[in-house]
Design a protein around this ligand. Sequence first.
Ligand code: ADP
Ligand code: ASP
Ligand code: MG
Length: 411
Amino acid sequence: MPLLVMKFGGTSVATLDRIARAAKRVAREVANGYDVIVIVSAMSGKTNELVGWVEETSPLYDAREYDAVVASGEIVTAGLMALRLQEMEIPARSWQGWQVPVKTTSAHGAGRIEDIPTENITAKFGEGFKVAVVAGFQGVSPEGRVTTLGRGGSDTTAVAFAAAFGAERCDIYTDVDGVYTTDPRIEDKARKLDKIAFEEMLELASLGAKVLQTRSVELAMRYKVKLRVLSSFEEYDPNAGTLVCDEEEIVEQNAVSGVAYSRDEAKMTLISVADRPGIASAIFTPLSDAGVNVDMIVQNISEEGRTDMTFSCPTNQVARAEKALTASKERGDINYREVVADTDVAKISIVGIGMRSQAGIAAKMFDVLAREGINIKVITTSEIKISVLVDRKYMELGVQALHEAFELDKG
Ligand code: ADP
Ligand code: ASP
Ligand code: MG
């Protein structure tokens, strides 16, 4: 039997009615002759609520219990989806991560899938089951504890199942009808893309476009999974959505394909650090050991052997970063005058494979922001992306101005 993976995000299973609607889509694919693995998220808002409960009960929580609590949202929707399908006379059952089992690392809250044995589910299909409903976002560690895969992790569950089972396609059903040139919620002129290259999607996702979890794109690229993003609210159309595919499959290519943003960034500056060989390592190794995800880094020119070092990290890691830096200073590993944290910044990035072969894109980006009176605080570039840190209040304006200047609304 050909097999499909269909993933439904939080808004697509937010109520019993929506679950019923999603189940109808599954039924259609079963009628088309497919066996289906359905991956479900928690009902929208549920995971946030569960995380809130954990943090309220125990601010410095045990990550294993965090996972035990937070994984429960998906368990509920998996059972409800299986029941709804059974009501429609479709042989279906639910699977929690550990039952499959989805084997992950023991990095609680940020587990990585290591293996998905296919025997159990395949055996059920062999018995006449048509649909396996799997709770997304979760797995089991080598120690036998429940793990979760990081926020947005059900996308990764879906792609990993598609790879493990050799699915014909992995359809990600969400609340927008595809991948857009930027988040349609902050730019109404954003244009839906019919296709986007893996590399570009990977950059957009890692730079903040939460339509797909970064890791899911990485896996799809590595295992050549045919990945499609589409809306669970629109009428059935076999050509709907956006296909994430190899660069070669895309005929037309603008220099810039999309604009991403990340709202919760912080900029931290160590003032007056001794400028000597090994200083970067002395600062950033303890930060990394403390689990701080450092992104952009700039070192200023030094005067009289001292310099300022600036880096960005997610806002909710500032306290952790400060603690690690203070400890390093107390141990005498680094010596700085003070740390200044600016938690009111956001990152805006432009992404495009076409940038590899076209000059002047960075200059144009800086000019556009300057004309809007937006000050750039930090810049980083790679082959196919340019990111800047700006005051958060200018984030929407910056995204919109760049979207317009690079004519992303025009196909
Ligand atoms: P789900 O609950 O289905 O996983 P998410 O909220 O995780 O959905 O992701 C979908 C959201 O991603 C959209 O509602 C949209 O606001 C946001 N988004 C950000 N950037 C983009 C983009 N470039 N294209 C489409 N959606 C985007
Ligand atoms: N429910 C989880 C979250 O909100 C996983 C997901 O929806 O992908 O992060
Ligand atoms: Mg998501």
